[in-house]
Ligand binder design. Structure first.
Ligand SMILES: [Zn+2]
Length: 201
């Protein structure tokens, strides 16, 4: 956290501290695109802009931990570019809602900030479709993949939705959170759920 605070300031590149944009051209060019993933646990497709490393990771941490809202712009721009390249059948954009405590501390929901940028870029509406139920009981980091899925099922509820959904989040690791959201969305009527994330860890 303190390392992030030291490294990131609004007028400098998160990668090399060059004065100017949050992500300079050289650091952007050095980022590694993440491979697209196939269907997984109810998520029809997972598309990620970048691998979770280097300046891409710095941008996510600046957005999520430091609450630097401007970091959402280069991330959502990259997500849009990757999303357009991959093509999407989605007609509405939503996001994995943050934990209430984190959203209060940060002042905004970081995944919502990404989703609104993605929706604007792709010309789709952004809708708050998901809420947390608080049902996840265990620390996810202590569990293996099946355990994470079981722990998270029922962790989200969704509003009724008849359109294919593009689910936005910052980082996908095992895909368990996306799977839990997809389960809720499909239970609420969504015929298809694609995930578009900034980074794949
Ligand atoms: Zn740079």
């Amino acid at each position: 956290m303190s390392a992030v605070r030291d490294l990131v300031s609004p007028g400098r590149c998160v990668g090399c501290r060059l004065v100017g944009a949050l992500l300079c051209r050289a650091c952007a060019a050095a980022l590694r695109p993440a491979p697209a993933g196939g269907p997984q646990d109810g998520v029809d497709r997972i598309v990620a802009a970048w691998s979770y490393e280097g300046a891409a990771r710095d941008l996510v941490l600046a957005l999520k931990l430091r609450g630097l809202r401007g970091a959402a712009s280069p991330l959502s721009a990259a997500m849009c570019a990757r999303g357009r390249e991959a093509g999407t059948l989605a007609r509405v954009v939503t996001w994995v809602p943050g934990r209430a405590r984190d959203v209060r501390r940060r002042g905004f929901d970081h995944a919502e900030a990404l989703a609104r940028g993605v929706a604007a870029g792709l010309g789709l509406p952004a809708r708050r479709l998901l809420a947390r139920t608080g049902a996840a009981r265990l620390d996810q980091t202590t569990l293996d993949a099946p355990g994470r899925r079981a722990n998270l099922s029922g962790a989200f509820v969704a509003r009724a939705c008849a359109a294919p959904v593009l689910l936005v989040d910052d980082v996908v690791t095992t895909g368990a959170t996306a799977a839990s959201c997809a389960w809720a969305l499909k239970s609420a009527g969504a015929p298809r759920v694609e995930a578009l994330v900034a980074c794949r860890a």
